[in-house]
Structure formats: structure tokens, C-alpha cells
Write a protein of this length. Structure first.
Length: 273
């Protein structure tokens, strides 16, 4: 059986670092000699653009085509639509066509499991599959949570971001209860952290206190830095762009935490899924 771990990076709030986290965690795992596939499940195609494909709407094949093929019961070859990034991981890109899929998928049987059908096909080919979710709790995000073994929740240490976590956790609970009982929360990841402000420190303390008893909050905190934005503009991960910087060090630590979580999970359970 495949040992692949599928992680959705999810938060219905935009601008919290989902795409940056997906890219840099994927790059970090690749640096640990893991075979990694990144899936852009957002019609805005932010991850596709941030990895150097500046005109995603001109791509001949994308996730939208793959999901349509699943809905039509068409054969899909494992390499279809995949882009091979120079840092060693693969990317299933997105574009605006994905917005049409979210409309069409409503009338499909087992509509929550369309993406899962593709992901399960790819499990034997990868050690990790990371899904960058759209900033919503719509059907595409439900598909991503249904396909996943676990999720990582990036959150800024701001009051409104913290309030939105309750809504997200409620949706995750429903998916776990009704669709994907194996879904776990790997943890909440604090992003764009500036410890120089009292408000940030207060919100971080509140988050760790409120969620820490029942949800893992990663020890790693991703610092606020323009270098992360610049790396996206350059089409590479932070390890390629600024490997000696504080953001690269933080994502390296996050990668180690994620890998250790997986090691602990496998030691507690059977390797067969």
C-alpha cells in the first residue's frame, strides 16, 4: 500500500499564507528527498503563478481538465497536466477554468470525492501530496478536505483571523463527521508574525491557549518578511531565493515538524491505509 501523505493547506480567509506555505513546505520536503506533488485547487491560480507560470489561463491542461475527466469517467494518465518544477517537485496547475468546475460539480454523483479519485490514483507515485485550497469553504475546498489525510491551517496573529478559525474548524468537523472520518488536523501555523507588537503577542497567546488543548499549534512561527513575497515573484521557493534568511529557517523547521508528526502517526498505526 502507498505510504503517501495528503495534506490540504486550508483557511477560508485570504492572505494568510496558504500558497506560500504550500510551496515552501513542498520544497522543504523535496529537500528531504521526498517525492512531492503540489495541487493548485484555487481558480485564482496563485500557486501556479508563484511557481513561475505567469499566464496560467494559457496552459493547455490544468486541474479543471483533470476534474472534468474524472466526472466524465475518462482515462487519466499519471503524468497528464503535471509541470515539473526545477526544484524537484511536481505541480498540477490551476487556472480560471476551475471556477466553472465548481458550478458543474454540484450535479455530479459523489461530488465531494471528485478530487479524491485523482489523488488516490497519484498516491503510489509520491511521498507527499499538498493541496493549496481556495480562500472559501465551497465545494472545491470540501473536495480538498475529502481527498486529504490531514490539514494545516495557516493563520495570521490578528483578531479577525483568529475569529475565522472557529468557522473553519466547524466545517472541518462536518467533513470529518459525514464524509472523511479519517481527516486529522496536523496543526495551526502562525504566519506573518511580527513579535514586536503587543497585539500580535496577545493574539498568539490567546490562540495557543484556546486551541492548544485540542488542536496542535505548530511551534514554528513564520516571520513577516518581504523576502517571501519576492520569492513568489521570482517563481521559486524561499530556499532557492533566500536560503540563509529567517523565513527559510522557519520553513525548514516547519518541514521537520510535519515530518516528525508523520513519523509519530505511522509508529502508532498500521502502515496500510
Amino acid at each position: 500500500m502507498s505510504q503517501c501523505k495528503v495534506i490540504s493547506v486550508c483557511n477560508q480567509k485570504g492572505g494568510v499564507g496558504k500558497t506560500t506555505t504550500t510551496i515552501n513546505l513542498g520544497a522543504g520536503l523535496t529537500r528531504m528527498d521526498k517525492k512531492v506533488l503540489l495541487i493548485d485547487a484555487d481558480a485564482q491560480a496563485s500557486m501556479t503563478v508563484a511557481l513561475g507560470y505567469k499566464n496560467p489561463d494559457e496552459l493547455p491542461v490544468s486541474l479543471a481538465n483533470i476534474m472534468q475527466d474524472v466526472m466524465d469517467d475518462n482515462e487519466i494518465l499519471p503524468d497528464t497536466a503535471l509541470l515539473h518544477h526545477k526544484e524537484g517537485f511536481d505541480l498540477l496547475p490551476s487556472n480560471i477554468d476551475l471556477s466553472g468546475i465548481e458550478i458543474r460539480i454540484v450535479n455530479v454523483m459523489r461530488r465531494e470525492s471528485v478530487l479524491k479519485s485523482y489523488v488516490d490514483m497519484q498516491r503510489p507515485n509520491y511521498d507527499y501530496i499538498l493541496i493549496d485550497c481556495a480562500p472559501s469553504l465551497g465545494m472545491l475546498t470540501v473536495n480538498a478536505l475529502t481527498a486529504a489525510d490531514s490539514l494545516i491551517v495557516p493563520a495570521q496573529p490578528h483578531f479577525l483571523s483568529a475569529k475565522g478559525l472557529d468557522l473553519l474548524m466547524g466545517s472541518v468537523g462536518k467533513v470529518k463527521r459525514y464524509i472523511n472520518p479519517e481527516l486529522q488536523v496536523d496543526g495551526i501555523l502562525l504566519t506573518m508574525v511580527d513579535r514586536r507588537t503587543n497585539l500580535a503577542n496577545e493574539v498568539i497567546d490567546e490562540l495557543r491557549s484556546h486551541y492548544g488543548s485540542h488542536v496542535n499549534v505548530f511551534e514554528t512561527e513564520i516571520p513577516h518578511s518581504i523576502r517571501a513575497v519576492e520569492s513568489s515573484a521570482a517563481g521559486v521557493s524561499i530556499f532557492e531565493y533566500d536560503k540563509s534568511g529567517k523565513v527559510a529557517a522557519a520553513y525548514e523547521n516547519l518541514t521537520k515538524e510535519v515530518a516528525e508528526l508523520e513519523r509519530q502517526n505511522r509508529s502508532r498505526t498500521s502502515p496500510c491505509r
